[in-house]
Design a protein around this ligand. Structure first.
Ligand SMILES: Cc1cc2nc3c(=O)[nH]c(=O)nc-3n(C[C@H](O)[C@H](O)[C@H](O)COP(=O)(O)OP(=O)(O)OC[C@H]3O[C@@H](n4cnc5c(N)ncnc54)[C@H](O)[C@@H]3O)c2cc1C
Length: 412
């Protein structure tokens, strides 16, 4: 079976890229080892995060690093053994997190972030998925004066890049979210982001649109990718698929392809968990809430209230450690009346991260017809459609809507 392009990985990035290539007249086969949108793109907090104009840098203040070094903070946990293994990556991350490095990363990411809601809205309209979307933004709440100060400083920095927010005092916060229990002292309401009640269903909805328009989906293992003459071949349950072009969009598993081909991109994972809770009937959350001091998000979702944790630095396949979930849950229960746990065990996800805080989007330096789109870190759901459009424009020779240079693979 021959197509113009095969896309390896049917998460938010792969599915969006498939739709954009298809709309430019390419025949596309989307290949995954399972159904679309069932891995990282399923389990996230559902924020289409227009407000995250400044990427998540590594903290450089000694006081913050000391706090994390105790390994008790709810927002960042680590496995000491893994931290030692990650030393080189962390050093690069630390270097890129300097004031100048962060400014470079912010400017690099801005065109993708700025267009995230518009690009999603276009696909949401085409796929008729408006029922999944909440247009009330999200609220960052703080419980201490110190938290307020830090949250406002970071909000003011973000506002320089054209995002809008309202500062809420305790009364305004109560008025907006009357079901918060022990009311935090205030919050920052980000108005522009949209949020979804089921990110996995959103990606599946995009994938259905791709199929309705004649796109092909196949179950297969990307690791069987081989060169055959000037084409790429992958074995699937439908038989071998042959294409002149292949896109690697395997999120945190992209190294399964680029490593055997000789690339040494510094792709690491920041793990994160989620758990759903029953929502007591009388309780309504108007929009997702981020606990600034606790580093977790509570998002109203189809399955209940989804709590997503901050970062765990541990090996991708290392044993799960649910302490961070327990710790966040204890804090969350003081914030919102949560019912019983819904999931039999916490879900574990892996944010695919590069140390310069931007993804790789573009051609493989040493292999013709091979393309990369991975490393979207904390914002892969947000960036899927914009990132897919950019890669499709580059691949088809159209003028790209933004400068793709910062995302090139050969920067490493
Ligand atoms: C706790 C948590 C909260 C988050 N919250 C947000 C948020 O609110 N907003 C946001 O924008 N982002 C958020 N993120 C980040 C976001 O979820 C990711 O950046 C994004 O899902 C990555 O998408 P992807 O398509 O690159 O990867 P994935 O969604 O993981 O897709 C990769 C696909 O590759 C497939 N695959 C892997 N190996 C193979 C193989 N060998 N053969 C075939 N197929 C294979 C997988 O099955 C999968 O479908 C969060 C992440 C976590 C962990």
């Amino acid at each position: 079976m021959r197509y113009d392009v095969m896309i390896l990985g049917a998460g938010a990035i792969g599915v969006s890229t498939a739709l954009h290539l298809q709309s430019r007249g390419r025949s596309v086969c989307l290949i995954d080892r399972r159904a679309p949108g069932e891995e990282t793109s399923y389990g996230n907090a559902g924020l289409i995060e227009r407000a995250s104009v400044i990427p998540y840098a590594m903290p450089r203040r000694l006081s913050t690093l000391l706090r994390y070094s105790l390994n008790r903070a709810p927002d960042v946990r680590y496995s000491p053994l893994h931290l030692a293994k990650m030393g080189g990556w962390l050093f690069q991350y630390w270097r890129h997190s300097s004031r100048e490095g962060l400014l470079r990363a912010t400017k690099a990411m801005l065109p993708l972030i700025e267009s995230c809601v518009v690009e999603h809205d276009y696909l949401i309209g085409q796929a008729r998925l408006e029922h999944l979307v909440n247009r009330k933004g999200w609220i960052e709440v703080f419980r201490t004066e110190k938290g307020r100060e830090a949250a406002l400083i970071s909000a003011e920095s973000a506002a320089k890049y054209g995002v809008h927010y309202d500062v809420l005092d305790q009364t305004q916060l109560r008025a907006q979210e009357p079901h918060l229990l022990q009311a935090p002292i205030g919050g920052v309401h980000w108005r522009e982001p949209t949020t979804v009640s089921d990110p996995g269903a959103l990606v599946k909805g995009y994938a259905s649109l791709f199929e309705q328009r004649g796109g092909r989906m196949a179950i297969g293992d990307a690791r069987s990718l081989m060169r055959s003459g000037d084409a790429w071949v992958v074995r699937t349950s439908e038989g071998p698929i042959t294409c002149r072009q292949a896109v690697v969009a395997l999120g945190p598993w992209s190294d399964q392809i680029f490593r055997p081909l000789g690339y040494r991109f510094p792709l690491a994972v920041k793990r994160g968990y989620h758990m759903h809770y029953e929502k007591p009937e009388e309780v309504e959350l108007g929009c997702p809430i981020l606990d600034f001091e606790g580093g977790y998000v509570l998002a109203p979702m189809t399955r209940g209230i989804r709590l997503t944790t901050g970062v765990e630095l541990a090996g991708s396949d290392a044993k799960e450690n649910w302490r961070q979930v327990d710790q966040a849950e204890a804090l969350a229960r003081k914030l919102v009346p949560l019912g019983a746990r819904v999931d039999p065990k916490p879900w574990l996800g892996r944010r695919p991260c590069l140390p310069d805080m931007r993804p790789i989007i573009g051609s493989a330096p040493d292999h013709s017809g091979l393309w990369f789109s991975f490393g979207h870190a904390h914002h892969g759901l947000t960036l899927g459609p914009a990132s897919g459009r950019l890669l499709a424009e580059i691949m088809t020779g159209e003028a790209p809507f933004c400068d793709p240079t910062p995302y090139r693979a050969d920067r490493f």
